[in-house]
Structure formats: C-alpha cells, structure tokens
Design a protein. Structure first.
Length: 419
C-alpha cells in the first residue's frame, strides 16, 4: 500500500493486496452463469455472504453435476468458511473428473496451495507433481517443476523505498521480457500483477478475447484480469513461462506477489535495503510434511487461502488475526474488525480516502493505544478503518518497518530483529 499526503490533508492509499485467496482472484466466465442458483451464488460471494453462497452453489451442483464453475466456486466459498476438507473434496472432483477444463486446472493449483494431493484414480502422476511443486522447492527430483529446480539457492535483492511518515514501500527492480519494470515487494498479493498501462511499456499488445478471471479487493470494484505467460526476472531470480496477471485497471503499481517468492524463505533488512532470498530445501525422510523442522524461536504464522501469512496480533489486550502485508503501508481494518476488538472510532478521527485494486472508498484514521506482535510493542499507532469487509485486516509497514524480519516457511515462523 502506498500513502501520499496531499495539500488537502487527505491520505490517498494504494493497497497492494488481493483481498481473497490466490485462486479466488479467478472468476470463471461461463455460459452456466445464467443458471439461477449459480448466479445468485456469485452475487452472495461478492457480497461476502459465504454461507448463502455455499448453499446456492450446492444447489447448482445438485441440478447440474457437470457445472465445473459451480463446483469451483463452491470450493472457493468453503475455503472462505475455513471448511478446507469440503473445499479439497470439491477441488479433487474437478482435478480428477475435468483435468483439462479451466476449472480443473485451477483446482490443481488450489490443491497445491492447500498442500493436498489430487488423489483418486488416474491422477497418480499429476498428484506426484503437485506434491513436489508445493512442498519440495530446491529438490532435484524428476517430478519437480524444472523452472523451480534451476532457480539460484540464494539471492540478495536490493530495494529502494518511498518513505512517507516513516512507512516505507519496498520497490525492487525487475524486468519483463528484458524490459525494466519496478515492482512493489508485496507479501499481501496472491499473484504478481501489472496494469494495462504497463503492457505498452513492456511491448506487449492488450489481451484479446474474454478475461481469464476477475479480481476484487479493497474498494469492492470487480476488475477483469488476463493471464499472460512470460519471462520475469528480479535480481538473479529468473522465472520462465511465468503466469503474470494483467488487470484492466490503470494507475496502480506493479505488484510482485507470493507466486514469485513462493520457492524461498526471505529476510527483509529495511535498514540495509536488501532482501535475502534462501531457497527452501527438501526434508530428510524423517522430516514432517515434506520440510525440515527445528525448534528455533520466532512468531508463529499460518498460511491461509492463497498462501497469505497470518499472525495473531494483540490490540488493546485483545487478539485478532492479521495478514502480514509488506505491500501495505499502514494497518487497515474493517468496521467489523474494530467492533470485534471493542474499539470505538473517536469523533475526531481523520478522514482519508483509501484506494485499492477494487476502487476507492473513505476511511477513518486514528491511533490505538497498543499493538503487540512478538518483540514488537507499539503505543499510539495510527490505524485506518473502512466500512467494507475484505478478509483479514492488514498488518502493514507502519508496524514493523523498523525491524529486520525473516519469513521462514519451513518452520512456520517470522523472526524479528530490531535494527
């Protein structure tokens, strides 16, 4: 998220975050959209009324078991409801029964993100590849994605910051098809995304045909998105045939999302201006879950939906789950989140305009008495509250920018070091 103070005193914020999971970025375009339960389910999903949406999608599946879009969206909805067993069951139906359909291919990606195999008859080789891709970065096994296998074991990326009020945004220099393009290093973005205005800079034509999907984030506007396969390089890390998302929105910064950094653990040193990327390694036979495990300390986190890093943050003595988001400059909450925390918005809260991938909306900015996560303990930290419900609140740079931190996937912890 990028804040810039204007002469009016209003803060404009660009939030580099897909509010939903990685696969939730994709909304399939289908003739089945005219089926009443399915279309009602889409409406409820966009309203974030997931229980009603699930009921509609289940009805659509019962009426038309071959409706791959309904199956796919039902799985997405159950992920939002934290019912992963049902989500996995539905994804596996798509992956095994309709593996060549768009929904089937996306279901395979979703199963990778959930760390689940495809299972079922006829899916053995695909299941092996899925497990290798999602759990075995750094492996030299034959099943490993060859693009992952040839990545460097370690790389140090250097970044520049745009610092407004002590809350830096991390910009890294990259190249798409050998054309330079800077990206925001954004752990809150599920995918790596550019806007239509960047295509001419890269020398690529605008996509033709229907979009591959739609995205919706803070601001609640649905944007069409296309996927292009291309070469993307950041530092010494080069990804070939990489899925780059192109949004129909313009004027927003390119975001280097989690699908690019996924093969690595990384340490961000804000004072030194660098990000040390260490490739994940395969566990020994005694390792758990495909990774080595240690007893090293740190702040525990969990991966949700599209791979977002979620931590438990204490605010005024109460605990809430927040998305650790390097692309967010400030800490952003919905009105529902604030009510759950028992915090009242003061009458003198500052008005600001928050703009995200889903458009702009007004917010209120005011300080909270105390926020604490592991060794970081801050008083009177300004936060922003908006009316829209958008998933987990965002823990942005204003909270942790003065710390060096390592996101260690293999041990499931973030390690902070005061600089």
């Amino acid at each position: 998220m990028i804040d810039r103070r204007e002469s009016t005193g209003t803060t404009v914020s660009i939030i580099g975050k897909s509010a939903f999971c990685a696969i939730a970025l994709v909304a399939l375009v289908s003739s089945a959209a005219n089926a009443e339960p399915y279309s009602e389910g889409i409406e409820f999903y966009q309203q974030r009324n997931f229980r009603r949406a699930a009921s509609c999608f289940e009805t659509a599946i019962a009426r038309s078991p071959e409706n791959t879009n309904a199956i796919y969206y039902a799985a997405l909805t159950y992920q939002q409801l934290r019912n992963n067993p049902r989500a996995i069951e539905l994804y596996r139906q798509l992956a095994t029964r309709y593996p060549t359909s768009r929904g089937g291919k996306l279901a395979i990606q979703a199963l990778q993100g959930l760390g689940a195999g495809i299972g079922g008859g006829g899916g053995t080789s695909q299941s092996s590849t899925t497990r290798s891709y999602s759990r075995s970065y750094g492996s030299s096994s034959a099943a490993e994605d060859p693009d992952i296998a040839r990545l460097p074991q370690q790389e140090r990326l250097h970044f520049r910051t745009e610092d407004n009020g002590g809350k830096p945004v991390l910009w890294v220099s990259g190249a798409v098809r050998n054309t330079n393009l800077d990206f925001v290093f954004d752990t809150g973005a599920d995918h790596t995304v550019i806007g239509m205005d960047h295509l001419a800079q890269i020398g690529l034509p605008k996509p033709s045909g229907p979009p591959d999907g739609h995205s919706m984030g803070v601001g609640n506007k649905v944007s069409a998105s296309w996927v292009i396969r291309t070469d993307l390089k950041v530092g010494g890390i080069q990804r070939h045939n990489f899925p780059l998302w192109v949004s129909d929105r313009t004027g927003v910064p390119p975001l280097l999302g989690r699908n690019f950094m996924e093969p690595y653990n990384y340490t961000i040193d804000t004072s030194g201006g660098s990000i040390l990327m260490n490739k994940k390694v395969v566990a020994t036979a005694s390792g758990a879950g495909g990774y080595t495990t240690t007893s090293q300390g740190g702040v525990p986190f969990k991966r949700v939906r599209g791979g977002g890093v979620v931590v438990n943050v204490e605010i005024n003595g109460r605990t809430i789950e927040m998305l650790f988001d390097t692309g967010a400059q400030s800490c952003l909450f919905s009105r529902r989140d604030i009510n759950r925390l028992g915090i009242s918005v003061p009458a003198d809260a500052e008005t600001e305009m928050t703009q995200g991938v889903g458009g702009s909306m007004p917010g209120l900015r005011f300080p909270v008495s105390r926020m604490r996560l592991g060794p970081i303990d801050k008083s009177n930290l300004p936060i922003t509250v908006v009316e829209q419900d958008f998933g987990e609140p965002l823990l942005g740079q204003s909270f942790f920018h003065d710390y060096q931190y390592t996101i260690d996937d293999q041990n499931g912890v973030i390690r902070f070091l005061r600089r």
